[in-house]
Design a protein around this ligand. Sequence first.
Ligand code: DX5
Ligand code: ZN
Length: 218
Amino acid sequence: DRSLKIAPSILSADFANFGAECRAIEAEGCDWVHVDVMDGHFVPNITFGPAMCKAIRPHVKTVMDVHLMIAPADPYLEDFAKAGADVLTIHPEAGPHLDRSLQLIRSLGCKAGVALNPATHESAIEHVLDSIDMVLVMSVNPGFGGQSFIPSAVEKVRRVRAMTGDRPIHIQVDGGVTPKTAPLVTEAGADVLVAGSAVFKGGSVDTPSVYGDNMRAI
Ligand code: DX5
Ligand code: ZN
C-alpha cells in the first residue's frame, strides 16, 4: 500500500502523557505512531526503551513503528517485539551484521526497516532488498526533533524508490517534515512521513498537545 501515511513522532509529545498523546493523534487521524528509541551512544540523546513501548501499546490502535537509534540493536530486538512493536527499524552502522539483524526482526514477527543517515549511501541496502519491508531515509542527523530538513534526502528517496522496484517496500522520511517539505518527498516516492515538532506542541500540559490541522496539512 503506497498511499500516504502520517506517523507522528512522540519524541515531541508530552513525556508525562504518552498514553493520552497517542490517543489524541489517532483521534486526529494519524496512520502510524513513530517511537524514537535513543541510547546516548549511537546518538547523542537518550529517550526510552522497551518498557515504555509496552506501556503505550494499549493506547496505540494503529501501527507502532519503532525507530531504534541504538548500538548494538540485536540484544534488544526481542524485547521490543515482545513490547508490541509492529515495525522495527535499525541503522546499518549499529552493526555488526545487517542481514542477520533483519532476519531476526522478521523471525520475531515484526516488519523490518533499515534507516539511512544523511551521509549513508543507499548502496547499504542493495544486498538486503528482499529482507526489508521499509527504508527510512533520514532527512536530519538522528538524535533530536526540531532540526531543519536536509534537501539531499529528496533525490535519495527517488534513488531508493528506483532500487526497490516492484517490491512491497515502504519508504519513510524522518526529520524536518512540514506541510512545506512533505510534498517534495512524496513526489519522489516516499509513502510514510514522520513528523514530530510539526504535530506536537510538546511541553508539559494537561490536555493533549496535538496540532491536528498541521498534521492533516502534511
Ligand atoms: C530524529 C528522530 C525523528 C524526529 C523528527 O532522530 O528520528 O523522528 O523526532 O522530529 P521533527 O519532525 O521535529 O524533525
Ligand atoms: Zn525517528
